[in-house]
Design a protein. Structure first.
Length: 141
């Protein structure tokens, strides 16, 4: 019988931001966990994309700094397996694109869409996220 491997120690609230050889790798993406943060982002700017919806808000100066990101998929997306697959895809595009195109002091929430988040071409999703970030930030970037 196989012995259970010890649980790997890791911090679930921080994603690796970019490849190690990139300067953006030093910028951690802090994952939103509080419902209130998601609700504040839902009342802020929105940009619909084909496979997801991007919500973004600029935080007050009194709130902790850095780049924060959240991911959500409702039951309309599918069962738990499908929702988790969709969130993994959203996490990966955020990990790849937000350090380059996102701004510190902002909260971003990526909302998965039924049938689209898991089936959309990955390169198109990355391009959609870049376009959405440019639209939200306008001349600020």
């Amino acid at each position: 019988m196989l012995a259970a491997s010890p649980k790997a120690e890791r911090d679930d609230t921080t994603l690796k931001a970019a490849p190690v050889d990139s300067a953006a790798a030093l910028l951690p993406l802090v994952v939103l966990q509080n419902r209130s943060d998601f609700l504040r982002a839902a009342r802020a700017k929105r940009v619909p994309c084909g496979a997801f919806l991007l919500q973004a808000r600029k935080r007050d100066e009194t709130e902790p700094g850095g780049l924060r990101v959240g991911f959500t998929c409702s039951k309309k997306v599918g069962n738990a397996v499908i929702r988790n697959r969709a969130k993994r895809r959203l996490r990966e595009i955020a990990r790849a694109e937000l350090p380059r195109a996102g701004l510190p002091g902002w909260d971003y929430v990526l909302v998965g869409r039924a049938d689209r988040t898991i089936s959309e071409d990955f390169a198109k999703m990355r391009a959609d996220l870049n376009r959405a970030l440019k639209k939200i930030h306008g001349a600020q970037t």
